[in-house]
Design a protein around this ligand. Sequence first.
Ligand SMILES: [Fe+2]
Ligand SMILES: [Fe+2]
Length: 216
Amino acid sequence: MSMSLICENLYQFTTYVPPMDFTLHQYLLAAEPAVLFAAGTVPQARAALPQMREVLNGRPLKYVFVSHMESDESGGLPVLLEAWPELTVLCSALGARELPGWGYEGQVRVSGPDAPLQDGALSLRFFDYPSEVHLQDGLVCLEGRSGIFYSADLMLRFGNAGGKVIEGSWQDEVAGISPERVPNEARRQKLQEALLSASPKLIAPGHGFCVRLHGA
Ligand SMILES: [Fe+2]
Ligand SMILES: [Fe+2]
């Protein structure tokens, strides 16, 4: 597990899986209040915890955004809840119903396109994401002040990408959302339209290279 500073206040925690040439990332946005994008797997959450505490310097982690229920996105929740009992999970309504199965019994705020979150320096906007694997209602998330878009399994890339940022365009990245990721064509188009109504500055993916966006 390694930690990299991607841009101001954005810390990336990465596990690299050599046989797959694939990275798993979590991101801590150390704003006031602080939010973590993806809980990570249990081993990753355990490994990242001491560094997260160091970055937060005594402040609590207030939110964890969980895109969908899968080991890399939600597995580490019990580890995080033990460290920060006041933690609130931000997830979809379906995700909230699944949380007890992941051993999480802390606070939950059901989030979605109609339920953005303003809290201190955070301005979170959510997009419906019919996530691959389950093909049901997950979410992806944009933090509007920093322009950071956490894409979960969208816009992912292979490669040893820890700490690395490439250049790209938002239009191309949105157009590149393939049927393998979101097979339902109507829902894929709806997601693409919703995403194009936003203009992030940086894509922080769950896997692969971060993308700094042109013109942002
Ligand atoms: Fe996933
Ligand atoms: Fe993932």
